[in-house]
Design a protein around this ligand. Structure first.
Ligand code: NDP
Length: 480
């Protein structure tokens, strides 16, 4: 396990890749975590064939076997939270504290689904025809293709793989190339969980090769994907052409409304958390602060003061609040949007500059633009980094209109002490998840997760709602 070479897991075996790629620490480019296998098309074919072959027996396997396997995986993740959290922080760049919390979250998700597969229910109804009864049950879908992004490299795989296995599906899993180490560690635990060979397969490699092969493969019955909206749309189109089930979680441009009556201190704390923790690389991160004019200037001043205190540094250092940007290409994207904001005439109130931290890493000072309007590109396009904006509005009604004026609809927040505005916002926000005096990022694992518009497509993830995607409904009639 400490070997710097990390293989693929196919048909119950560790298998060499067609090539290997280094996994580089974004806090220090001289630190290579290891070399991770890349699958080619024949290796993906072998993985899909193995999953397809074992599906029939696994789909009707005992629920105790599945529950035991999921509980084993969850327990080991939680037991190894410090070790795996350190690995995650080292490869992705979120702070060690955030990374440990993510590993624990992944463990909790497996534990939740260990219970959930024991709670499968159906319905028995009388028929409209005398003597006939009707039974409605759920069955596994088939082989599920799982494609995940780099920003939550263990929690997102967990919330897709755990329900897939719980409901009797087989899995072919492709993590993001940027951060394969946590996914590999998860796969290594799954390999010892007692599930039969072929039920779970890890095929690392690029989206263009491995991902596209999975999407186009006739023996994959359902695709679950988290990533950018552009890639998601391609996957939806290709999946539709083959009548595959598809579930997409994609980008966001999440608004945080701050009203005149908000508790200023509370609003600032949740704003900093929403926009900048995890280096702003959360799909639920706030990127637009929509602030009414009575509190605007005090809010901006307090945000600048608070942001000046944030310590950007090595993800593994105990005093770091914000780690590096996950990859060089993401850093370049963040910097290009800082320039776009300037060119559009926004005021860069603080941050947005590269920082030197001894080791060569992707260190960016969290940026806040003020004097922006909602038609600017920095307010319309997803940046996916520690770059946020403030939009000044007249009143609540304008704030709500601006909040909803976006192609995305994942998460939306409001900071207010007014029950009336809070209730109205919950009802009229066009987002899948609404937060009142709570950060837009940071969700529970036992309730549905997902958005609207260009942020999500298909059934919700997580909690008991996950079964909508990972099962198909059967209606049986019996005359007896
Ligand atoms: P990408 O869409 O670039 O990649 C996501 C995954 O898709 C990666 O594993 C990638 O592989 C793979 N992929 C890329 N191209 C293809 C293709 N043509 N066919 C199949 N698979 C492909 O997103 P990022 O990894 O850059 O993640 C950031 C994005 O994810 C942001 O837009 C963010 O908002 C979104 N996101 C959404 C979340 C949500 O729940 N709504 C949660 C987290 C992130 P490769 O290894 O080659 O990169």
């Amino acid at each position: 396990m400490s070997s710097p070479k990390h293989d693929l897991f196919i048909a119950g075996q560790w298998v060499s890749g067609a090539s290997y790629q280094p996994n580089v620490n974004p806090s220090n480019h001289e630190d290579v975590l290891g070399y991770y296998a890349q699958a080619d098309l024949p290796l993906v074919e072998t993985a899909v064939a193995a999953a397809h072959q074992v599906f029939e027996s696994w789909s009707v396997s005992g629920i105790q076997q599945r529950s035991d396997a999921l509980a084993f995986i969850g327990a080991e993740l939680i037991a190894r939270q410090f070790e795996l959290g350190t690995l995650l922080a080292r490869e992705e760049g979120k702070t060690r504290k955030e990374a440990i919390a993510e590993v624990v979250r992944a463990g909790q998700i497996f534990q939740f689904f260990a219970g959930e597969c024991l709670r499968m229910t159906g319905d028995i109804l009388p028929s409209v025809r005398p003597g006939v009864s009707v039974e409605i049950s759920r069955e596994a879908v088939g082989v599920v293709g799982v494609i995940t992004p780099w920003n939550f490299p263990i929690a997102i795989p967990a919330w897709k793989i755990a329900p897939a296995l719980a409901y009797g599906n087989c899995v072919v899993f492709k993590p993001a190339d940027v951060a394969p180490g946590s996914a590999w560690a998860l796969a290594e635990i799954i390999s010892r969980s007692g599930i039969p060979a072929g039920v779970f397969n890890l095929v690392m490699g690029s989206g263009r090769v491995v991902g596209e092969c999975m999407v186009n493969h006739p023996h994959i019955s359902a695709m679950t994907f988290t990533g950018s909206t552009g890639t998601g749309m391609q996957i939806a189109q290709k999946s539709a052409a083959q009548l595959k089930k598809v579930q997409l979680e994609m980008g966001g441009k999440n608004p945080q409304v701050v009203l005149d009556d908000a508790d200023l201190q509370q609003a600032v704390e949740l704003s900093v958390n929403s926009a900048f923790f995890s280096t702003g690389q959360r799909c639920t991160a706030t990127s637009r602060f929509i602030v009414t004019e009575g509190i605007h200037d005090r809010y901006v001043a307090a945000m600048k003061e608070r942001m000046a205190q944030l310590r950007v540094g090595d993800a593994l250092a105990d005093d770091t609040d914000i780690g590096p940007v996950a990859s060089r290409s993401q850093l370049e994207q963040d910097l290009s949007y800082v320039q776009i904001g300037r060119d559009e005439g926004a005021t860069l109130a603080i941050g947005g500059t590269l920082l030197e931290r001894g080791a060569p890493g992707n260190y960016l000072a969290p940026a806040l633009f003020t004097e922006t309007h909602n038609q600017m590109r920095i307010n319309r396009e997803e940046i996916f980094g520690p770059v946020a904006t403030v939009i000044r509005v007249k009143d609540y009604e304008e704030a709500l209109a601006v909040a909803n004026d976006t192609q995305f609809g994942l998460s939306a927040g409001i900071a207010t002490t007014s029950l009336i505005y809070a209730s109205h916002f919950k009802r009229h926000s066009q987002a899948g998840m609404v937060m009142v005096n709570v950060a837009t990022a940071g969700v529970d694992y036992h309730v549905p997760f997902g958005g609207r518009k260009a942020s999500s497509y298909g059934p919700r993830e997580q909690g008991s709602y996950a079964k909508e995607f990972y099962t198909v409904v059967k209606t049986s009639y019996t005359y007896a």
